[in-house]
Design a protein around this ligand. Structure first.
Ligand code: ZN
Length: 234
């Protein structure tokens, strides 16, 4: 069986409610990582996600490269968004049970990496359960020890832009490309267990309407089972 835990980054956006409706329709449990400035801009759409059973995690306030920040600035980015998310959960009338975090761009903070992991451990952040992920590279990279939420496969559909030369066909082809580290492609990973990442970008929606539906339907049609995210405290 092919398993996956679904994550979607960079909410809130204009398109967030439509994505949420799709996830509810297909019963795909999802963690959406919210960027504080965008929650402020599209507050009702972030509320809509929460009210429809999405777990909303922290993706910083202004989406910086954490390796370019001092430790003090990094914590401010995290905590400013924590306050926004606390209010969001309160306004939605939803109990905030879990506090996952994802670094923008997967940038774990450069020389502050260890100090940031220690900060997450001491301040109640939750690690998305990853013990089911079977790939050796996950442990080789130390991702099993990190509290923040990384991924095994990025659809990279955010690369579709008018001037990038990347098309939706390229993105679809990536799901069939063999990953040299895993020795198989996403769609042929028969006993795989993935942590997947998509992005809630309005720019992508404009160029490829309902891109998320096409990509996730492809996985469902290929036998993927989307698991409820679980959390562990390290
Ligand atoms: Zn992001």
């Amino acid at each position: 069986m092919k398993h996956a835990v679904m994550t979607i980054d960079d909410i809130a956006s204009k398109n967030t409610p439509a994505i949420v409706d799709y996830l509810v329709e297909k019963k795909i449990p999802t963690i959406m990582f919210a960027w504080g400035q965008r929650v402020e801009e599209y507050y009702d759409n972030a509320l809509y996600a929460l009210k429809n059973g999405i777990i909303v995690g922290n993706h910083s306030y202004s989406h910086p490269f954490f390796s370019k920040l001092s430790m003090e600035e990094a914590i401010e980015e995290i905590e400013k968004n924590e306050a926004i998310l606390n209010k969001l959960y309160q306004d939605a009338g939803v109990e905030r049970k879990y506090r996952p975090f994802r670094f923008p761009y997967g940038d774990k903070g450069g020389e502050n990496k260890d100090a940031l992991q220690e900060y997450f451990r001491k301040n109640g952040f939750d690690k998305v359960k990853d013990t089911q992920i079977p790939y050796a590279i996950w442990k080789e990279m130390g991702l099993d020890k990190d509290i923040d939420t990384f991924w095994t496969f990025d659809f990279a559909e955010w690369q579709i832009r008018p001037d990038s030369g990347v098309t939706f066909d390229d993105i679809l082809a990536r799901t069939r490309e063999v990953n040299p580290e895993l020795g198989k492609s996403l769609l042929t990973d028969e006993d795989g267990s993935h942590l997947l990442i998509l992005h809630a970008h309005d720019e992508t929606e404009e160029l490829v309407p309902e891109y998320y539906r096409t990509l996730l339907d492809l996985l469902l049609d290929n036998g993927f089972v989307f698991d409820e995210p679980e959390f562990i405290r390290l």
